[in-house]
Design a protein around this ligand. Structure first.
Ligand code: 13P
Ligand code: SF4
Length: 396
């Protein structure tokens, strides 16, 4: 994440009660009318989701941001990389605000541009006869998105990762006049920054684990031999989500013992061992949809951020829903967006002051837009990606 610093809130916003904050947010939103659109990720607190004009997973919120033609301001209730992407996808005239600048993502911070350029140079030197297509998960900085855009790749989210990888394996955008796919010996994917999403998706597509290597940016050749790299179809960046890492296979064993009829559904940021033991895996939107479609009496253990699990529990009292682990997995950075911060940015907008604007520089914007537009053009929202499915299988 770019170096950012969240100044302390004016004390008044900490002194107001929640009902007072709610009234003030409502009236600021009314005063701003169509000039402002509030976007809320599924992991936000209920208090925030209540004020969101649109709620969704990363893919859906990017689409919503790109659709904003009339608004002057997008207030993004999510984390920094999401607000950056919204800034890239909206017209220059739209200002994107993140209510708390401290709302970053530890996974996105696990890959920086310098490490990426170094890895790219080493991979090109090690595999001169292969076409390497860089793909980055949405959970990455704008600089990494720009890098993949410039080098023929795309962004993916957890809801279209498989489709983006299929596109990449067919050569991606094959930028810079590289040899056409038919004439290169092999296509290799360099996947940032979540090794688990990359591994889970590639495995579901039919690639064995021994065709994937992990790239540790602190080591020469990522900690691999040249042969290991040449033989791999996927080079997976050594990054992970510290929230989803808390779910372990033993949690699923425990659920199976105690609740044999319970279905286990997890986010693909969970480790491969967890996804393999689960019944289903998919993006936050996919999880929401499976629960929405289920019959009364359905039982779920859900492996994702606790605010989403608790919301689903409250929305579906006729189902039995629990969070997969007792650790109450909380994304502390998402949690930084709260009523006081939302009230503070909205009231300042009413007074004509734009706070906490997220602005991506022109060069980064140009190429990251290319990478994001490629992502938006590749459909696939909601595909389950945990279990092995032959490449090309259509999943709904
Ligand atoms: P989704 O794309 O499923 O919304 O996930 C985003 C995220 O950060 C999950 O940790
Ligand atoms: Fe980042 Fe994990 Fe939080 Fe998602 S849940 S925003 S990947 S730290």
């Amino acid at each position: 994440m770019a170096t950012v610093w969240q100044p302390p809130l004016p004390p008044i916003y900490r002194e107001l009660s929640d009902p007072e904050l709610r009234i003030r947010i409502e009236s600021a939103k009314q005063a701003l009318g169509r000039r402002v659109v509030v976007l809320g990720h599924h992991y936000q607190q209920d208090d925030i989701v209540d004020f969101a004009d649109f709620t969704g997973d990363s893919f859906e919120l990017s689409r919503r941001a790109a659709d904003q033609k009339d608004a002057e301001f997008v207030v993004f209730c999510g984390v920094h990389f999401m607000a950056e992407s919204a800034d890239i996808l909206t017209d220059e005239s739209v200002k994107v605000l993140l209510p708390d600048l401290g709302a970053g993502c530890s996974m996105a911070d696990m890959a920086n541009l310098e490490q990426t350029e170094e890895a790219w140079a080493q991979l090109q030197a090690t595999c001169p006869d292969q076409l390497i297509v860089p793909i980055t998960y949405m959970n990455s900085s704008a600089a990494i998105k720009a890098f993949v855009g410039e080098y023929g790749g795309a962004v993916c989210t957890s809801s279209n990762c498989r489709n983006v990888l299929e596109w990449a394996l067919a050569g991606g955008a094959n930028a810079h006049g590289s040899s056409p796919v038919g004439s290169v010996k092999r296509v290799k994917i360099l996947f940032f920054p979540d090794q688990h999403l990359g591994r889970n998706t590639a495995f579901a597509m039919g690639f064995p684990l021994d065709k994937m290597v992990v790239w540790d940016p602190r080591e020469d050749l990522g900690g691999n031999t040249p042969e290991q790299i040449q033989n791999a179809d996927f080079v997976l960046w050594k990054g992970h989500c510290s929230v989803h890492a808390l779910f372990r296979p033993e949690h699923i064993d425990d659920v199976r013992r105690k609740h044999p009829d319970m279905k286990v559904i997890v986010h693909p940021e969970c480790k491969w061992e967890v996804v393999q033991k689960a019944d289903m895996a998919g993006s936050t939107a996919y999880i929401v949809e499976q629960v929405r479609k289920a019959a009364p009496g359905a039982q779920w253990a859900i492996g994702t951020e606790v605010h989403l699990v608790n919301r689903l529990k409250n929305q579906h009292p006729d189902q039995h829903i629990v969070v997969l682990s007792d650790c109450q997995c909380l994304c502390t950075t998402m949690f930084r967006i709260d009523l006081p911060h939302l009230c503070w940015v909205l009231e300042n907008l009413v007074d004509g002051t734009v706070l906490n604007q997220i602005k991506v520089d022109a060069h980064t914007r140009k190429w990251s837009l290319v990478a994001l537009e490629r992502m938006l053009s590749i459909k696939g929202t909601g595909n389950p990606i945990g279990k092995k499915q032959p490449v090309g299988t259509t999943v709904d």
